[in-house]
Design a protein around this ligand. Structure first.
Ligand code: ADP
Length: 495
């Protein structure tokens, strides 16, 4: 009988489910968008019940497409939008309010107040995170303060908190299992990433009852079985990780110094820093990558605010191109940018400059500058911004990047991938399977279920990726990077 691993990929805008076979190939998938709720400017909510029914719907659809019953599924792995906060009644399973989504800014004042009280280092040392409304802590506190009776019910032990994987596992097991994996716990701003426990001092500081909190567990372990009613029979639930950490695992970045970058609207870069948490510099954060076989691996995480968005800008505002894909041919049609640099600081500069007031610039224009030079400069800016982030990570952890793995929409651009490899002076790999987030969840679950023996076996599945070797002479690389730094200096003093 054929057996697969089911990956549930619960994202910010859609629920997806993919069944993977033993070679890590997708054999069936289904996805469906669910409702976004915007009750006020800057506020974002999801209905947890809607997430649950949509996720189960796509899981059943993926099974149906592959003609599977529960017996064909060896294990379920879950990956999810991170930080999004759910609070529900442990007796009825009813959410006490909508989930507050990671993007929601409604608790920005609360975060500012914690910063004003001088608690930045207190939180950073324990959680690896800067104080921000993005993480779950202030969202949960807000629910306890603003929903009628919530605090009393919480203190009576009637309520449960969870991020999305916790909610899904609780629903899948009909309330028998209340757990969160370390990678998701590390995004709550309540979790001590050194002791791997909820931090009692933080709970006291924020007045959050410990009875609400799930048990923190490894990212790869048998948490329990799904209730037979859900899929017609029990399926072991064996893995969970936040989406970015799952992607790092899905790229098989198992060793220290291995990193992945997602080239989307912005970039999301995570670098495996091994078994000790690194103290991050400005604009970076430290997170648990995963817990596996009694060991915990940490990662540095940082983002580039504007990446693919710069290409969208060329297309939609400047109208230099008709499609994002066209940028590749144009960029390759010229030898270089002719000294032109684009600094796409549309919304400020991220790590390592961290200047929210900076704005964008195009420098080095001459009478000979053409459309292709500008398009090329925009693509190159994505690679430079990524290189800056990598340099900041290398400085923070004192180790060199070994190799970079790419995914996301803009990673389809071969010019960008080659230029990236050249400018960081390291090999860049792009996997054949672009579903790395779901794949990471599948790998974590498959390892705990014995479907794959170990990481070495998984690494072998990764043979078919495209590799871009650095081939730019060192002197040229130095010149280009010096030019980039001059361009950045023209928009910020923080160089
Ligand atoms: P997100 O998940 O952030 O919505 P995607 O991973 O879907 O993003 O990637 C979309 C982004 O990638 C867009 O900003 C688009 O401009 C950019 N993009 C897509 N294809 C290409 C390409 N061939 N070359 C450069 N950029 C591209």
């Amino acid at each position: 009988m054929k057996q697969y691993i089911m990956a549930m990929d619960q994202g910010t805008t859609s629920c997806r489910c993919i069944l993977f076979d033993g070679r890590g190939e997708p054999v069936s998938s289904a996805s469906k968008e669910f409702r976004q709720i915007y009750p006020a400017p800057g506020w974002v909510e999801h209905d947890p019940t809607d997430i649950w029914s949509t996720q189960i719907g796509v899981a059943q659809e993926a099974m149906l497409k592959a003609r599977c019953t529960h017996r064909n599924i060896a294990a379920i792995g879950i990956t999810n939008q991170r930080e999004t906060t759910v609070l529900w009644d442990r007796h009825t399973g009813e959410p006490v309010c909508n989930a507050i989504v990671w993007q929601c800014r409604r608790t920005a004042d609360m975060a500012d107040e914690l910063i004003a009280r001088g608690l930045t280092e207190f939180f950073r040392e324990r959680t690896g995170l800067p104080v921000d409304a993005y993480f779950s802590a202030t969202k949960l506190r807000r629910m306890l303060d603003s929903v009628d009776g919530a605090r009393r019910r919480a203190e009576n032990g009637d309520l449960l908190f969870g991020t999305i994987e916790t909610w899904l596992i609780w629903k899948l097991t009909r309330g028998r299992v209340h757990v969160t994996d370390y990678s998701n716990a590390s995004r709550t701003m309540l979790f001590n990433i050194h002791s791997l426990r909820w931090d009692e001092d933080i709970l006291r500081e924020l007045d959050i009852p410990a009875s609400l909190l799930p048990e923190a567990v490894p990212s790869s372990a048998h948490y329990g079985d799904s209730d037979p009613d859900v899929f017609g029979g029990p399926i072991p639930i064996c893995g969970a990780a936040g989406d970015q950490q799952a992607a790092l695992f899905g790229h098989a970045c198992f060793a220290e110094g291995e990193a992945k970058n997602t080239y989307g609207t912005g970039c999301f870069l995570l670098m495996n820093t091994g078994e000790k948490p690194v103290r991050p510099g400005g604009g970076l954060l430290t997170t648990v990558a995963w817990g596996l076989r009694g060991r915990v691996v940490y990662a540095l995480e940082g983002s580039v605010f504007v990446a693919g968005a710069a290409i969208q800008w060329l297309r939609d505002e400047l109208r230099l191109i008709d499609t994002a894909a066209e940028s590749e041919r144009l960029a390759a049609s010229v030898e270089d940018t002719g000294g032109v640099y684009m600094v796409p600081a549309f919304v400020g500069l991220g790590a390592p400059y961290w200047d929210p007031h900076a704005r964008g610039a195009i420098t080095g224009l001459t009478r000979g500058t053409g459309r292709a030079h500008l398009v090329r400069a925009a693509l190159e800016s994505i690679a430079y911004s990524t290189a800056d982030l990598i340099a900041a990570m290398e400085k923070a952890c004192g180790a060199r990047l070994k190799a970079l793995r790419a995914d996301g929409g803009a990673s389809a651009n071969d010019f960008l991938m080659q230029f990236q490899a050249d400018i960081i002076g390291a090999r860049l790999m792009r996997p054949a399977c672009t579903e790395t987030t779901a794949l990471g969840a599948a790998y974590l679950a498959g390892l705990a279920a014995g479907y794959w023996a170990d990481e070495a076996e998984i690494r072998k599945l990764h043979g078919a990726s495209a590799a871009f070797e650095p081939r730019m002479p060192e002197a040229r690389r130095e010149d280009l990077l010096a030019g980039w730094r001059r361009a950045v200096r023209s928009v910020t003093r923080r160089v």
